[in-house]
Design a protein around this ligand. Structure first.
Ligand code: AMP
Length: 304
């Protein structure tokens, strides 16, 4: 089922205690669409790059069947650049540099062929632009998922609140959830977020997994206990890609299927962190994905 993805497209420089990657492809839209491409088609990407964005990475996205009609390439412009350094505790990172470049004036324009998309992921961008994307659609989608971050919660709160009224699922991390509704308890925070519009809330807790809240259930999925983690960049976006990918593939929004989608999100996130940048999302097989999904079942199984 058709999936529209809008978000940042970046050249990232990443330092972790285990290595470094310079000017590698990243950004929320890239991680989300690469992860979702293992589940559903067509995926329609909206984003902006400069002429410095490597042709090989565009070819990679095309090779995953991702529709790039909505990709704006600004001749002579420079791609959005983010640079970060992770602590020994990989849940903590410092942003060393952010250069908006062509992203500063990004206006997400949907090609006509995108306007009937049934599933939508609004990656972490200005909430005004996120809302513009929803309003450019010809028909109400089955599901709109929104990600955001501290920066927008603090600086564009009112715009974000307007966008949330049009969103079905909010995916945020624990600190963002607490900040958004000024509530330290995550269960209460999720309930308060539901009062803002989203009927489904997912709170990511880094290496401690993710919580799913609907009006009927609370579900907790662990993060997969991996022996080697090289780079957590994009894990949250890979999670969103696996989550929406499974829902778009199955066209089933029941609580039970939302639980499975959270596990598929966790599966894609677990692969993502195993290599730097998007490398680990380049060559996954259905067997690997299903195998890790079954490992998740085993990980949390217990007898009554
Ligand atoms: P995550 O690790 O899930 O937070 O996602 C990391 C990705 O977010 C990186 O590839 C960055 O290029 C991108 N990113 C970092 N800062 C921003 C920002 N202010 N707006 C949009 N994307 C960003």
């Amino acid at each position: 089922m058709s999936l529209l993805v809008v978000g940042s497209i970046a050249l990232d420089t990443i330092e972790t205690p285990f290595g470094r990657a310079d000017q590698v492809a990243g950004g929320s839209a890239v991680y989300i669409s690469a992860a979702a491409s293992y589940f559903t088609a067509p995926i329609r990407l909206v984003g902006v790059v400069g002429s410095d964005f490597p042709k090989s990475e565009i070819e990679f996205l095309e090779s995953r069947g991702i529709d790039l009609d909505g990709l704006q390439v600004i001749e002579g412009g420079k791609t959005f650049h983010w640079s970060g350094r992770y602590h020994y505790d990989l849940n903590k990172r410092d942003t060393l540099d952010t250069q908006l470049n062509v992203f500063e004036t990004f206006n997400p324009v949907l090609p006509d062929s995108y306007r009937k998309s049934r599933y939508v992921v609004l990656g972490n961008i200005d909430p005004v632009l996120q809302r513009r994307v929803i309003e450019s659609l010809d028909q109400k989608p089955e599901l709109v998922i929104c990600d955001t971050m501290n920066f927008w919660i603090e600086r564009k709160r009112n715009e974000l609140l307007k966008t949330l009224k049009k969103v079905d699922v909010l995916i945020v991390n624990d600190s963002e959830a607490r900040l958004l509704v000024s509530e330290p308890n995550l269960v209460k925070a999720a309930k308060k977020i539901m009062g803002l519009g989203p009927r489904i809330v997912i709170i990511k807790k880094g290496e401690h997994g993710a919580l799913l809240f609907t009006t009927n259930i609370v579900f907790s999925a662990p993060a997969f206990p991996l022996e080697f983690i090289y780079d957590p960049t994009g894990a949250g976006d890979a999670f969103a890609g696996g989550f929406i990918g499974h829902l778009a593939r199955t066209e089933n929004l029941s609580d039970d299927n939302l639980r499975r989608a959270v596990v598929y999100g966790s599966v894609l996130a677990s692969f993502c962190v195993g290599k730097f940048g998007i490398e680990a999302l380049k060559n996954l097989s259905d067997i690997e994905i299903l195998g890790r999904y079954r490992d998740f079942i085993e990980l949390s199984k217990f007898e009554d």
